[in-house]
Design a protein around this ligand. Structure first.
Ligand code: PAF
Length: 282
């Protein structure tokens, strides 16, 4: 695996690969890689000849109260995992490469409506930061396929919408969430949990799984289901941000046309905010 830290070096490698007729799959990350990210790399390997992974802790998607400086940076460890997973190219640009004139004067890409709800409501500007950097990375890498985790369901839906709205010729794949044995969704943030919080955390999965089962059995009173899940989570010791049943494409309240729903939850354990989701087809 080659690690490249500048745009022109990566482009030269990719042009070379394209001249040989190779297809490219792309996995954008912020590093601190865990088995969930490696699952994305394995999926990417099935989709194209060359797998490009980026590691860039994007300052534009962090809010003022979110700790950008303390975001774990574990490059040597990440490189080892990526070599083992069979990635071909690792792109590790600096903030100076991505935002050479600083973030303020940089053009921004904003996807409306779908970004105002759920995590977007609690993290204003976050998704503008995500779409701006992902669009930029797409233009640098120009892959045929890009792989994102379904755990960040709203991020995936926003990126799919950006790709549709701007006719970006990249196939977006949402890879199923990787989970620990007790079903806790893998996340870099799990490392911040105390032992007691880690023991409580699978309650989030259990709460949304109960809603999924109830909807699967024909229950359609989504408010009653989410209220019950909220009570369960509060009793378990979580501070709830939201528990919602939404249309899986628009992320709006389900209507009579909704055929795929998503149950989403966000809750804090101590200072750590965790998210999870499950889908259900009607
Ligand atoms: O999911 C992430 O790690 C980030 O939001 C992404 C997609 C790499 C953009 O910075």
């Amino acid at each position: 695996m080659k690690t490249l830290n500048n745009i022109s070096g990566l482009r030269a490698e990719l042009n070379n690969a394209r001249r040989q007729g190779k297809t490219i799959a792309f996995v954008p990350t912020m590093g601190n890689l865990h088995a969930g990210h490696i699952k994305l790399v394995h999926r990417a390997k099935l989709e194209a000849d060359i797998v490009v992974v980026s590691i860039f802790v994007n300052p534009l998607q962090f809010g003022a109260n979110e700790d950008l400086d303390n975001y774990p940076r574990t490059l040597a460890d990440d490189q080892e995992k990526l070599i083992e997973a069979g990635a071909n190219l690792l792109f590790t640009p600096s903030a100076q490469d991505i935002y050479p004139e600083g973030m303020e004067p940089h053009a921004k890409l904003s996807v409306p409506i779908i970004t105002n709800t759920l995590c977007g409501a609690a993290r204003p500007g976050h998704f503008d930061g995500v779409t701006t950097v992902v669009n930029k990375l797409f233009n640098i890498v120009q892959p045929e396929v890009a792989i994102f985790g379904q755990k960040d369901f709203q991020q995936l839906a926003v990126i799919r919408k950006m790709v549709r709205d701007f006719c970006i010729p990249i196939h977006i794949i949402g890879e199923e969430t990787a989970r620990d044995a007790d079903k806790l969704a893998l996340s870099s943030r799990n490392g911040y949990l105390s032992e007691a919080e880690r023991a409580t955390a699978p309650a989030i999965y259990r709460a949304i799984a109960a809603i999924q089962t109830a909807i699967g059995s024909g229950e359609r009173d989504y408010k009653a289901l989410t209220d019950e899940a909220k009570r369960f989570l509060v009793d378990a010791g979580c501070v709830i941000d939201y528990v919602e049943v939404r249309d899986a494409t628009t992320l709006m309240e389900p209507n009579s046309d909704s055929c795929e729903l998503v149950i989403l939850a966000a809750a804090k354990l101590g200072t750590t905010r965790l998210i999870d989701n499950l889908t259900v087809t009607l």
